[in-house]
Design a protein around this ligand. Sequence first.
Ligand code: 13P
Ligand code: SF4
Length: 302
Amino acid sequence: WPVHAAEIDAIQRLKRERNAVVLAHNYQTPEIFHGVADIVGDSLALARQAAATEADVIVQAGVHFMAETSKLLSPEKRVLIPDPRAGCSLASSIGAEDVRRLRERYPDAPVVSYVNTSAAVKAESDICCTSGNAVQVVESLGARRVIFLPDQYLAHYVALQTDVEIISWQGQCEVHERFTGAELEAYRRQFDELAVIAHPECPPDVLAAADYVGSTAQMIRFVEERRPRRVLLVTECSMSDNVAAGVPEVEFVRPCNLCPHMKRITLPGIRRALETLAPAVEIPPALAARARRAVERMLAVV
Ligand code: 13P
Ligand code: SF4
């Protein structure tokens, strides 16, 4: 990316000076994903790497809940989020008070929170999960029914794969909810030999029309291992850009739904964060201790 070369060089130098790493989600733009990231992955991989890194500073190239998860697992490190307004429609769909009310209503049901939630919601939860381990986490609890929040579509998808009764919340991802089953069928009519791979935040008719469903990392692995002739990644559009570079023989059919929150993270923002060591994520210690338990409990399951 010659146009970004100066910015990328500056970030690489600052990372060395600050003993910093950049953790980038799979939805970041290619100049971040390939240009400056030290670790890339889905929410689960980034959570694990945040816990393992020996750097003093983590720059989270992702959305705010991801930076909070890193801070929970690395409380002694400085965790920077280049734009704190990088939110998530799922995380903002539910608050701590909502979880307490659900518990009162279903006192026998443990609470499983998708990592796409605030630290305050995680603190009210028994365990977290990601899109890559949701079924295993639900089944690890040995409960007859669980409260699964906040994504109603992920909840629906999990319910199809387990005998555990799933009590869901009405949250949705503003990016994945826009895909439709009819749209996928139209792509199939237009392109033969098309592998349709979807993220489980998509609505049920989309998942029913897909050949494979998985977390962003699982979707990437599917493409890298199977190398289909043509593929449609039913998810945020930067992912196709990031994966396509490594599999030139695969043709990507690209409907484009952008996550406006992920797109708030830019090279100049990352550079500024490293220069100023701000904005840093802070979580009150008592709340962090409760939220950390839910994340660590998940990491112990898978
Ligand atoms: P993954 O954990 O699958 O990367 O998903 C995170 C996310 O925000 C999807 O919209
Ligand atoms: Fe949240 Fe959806 Fe954006 Fe992922 S893609 S961060 S779930 S709004």
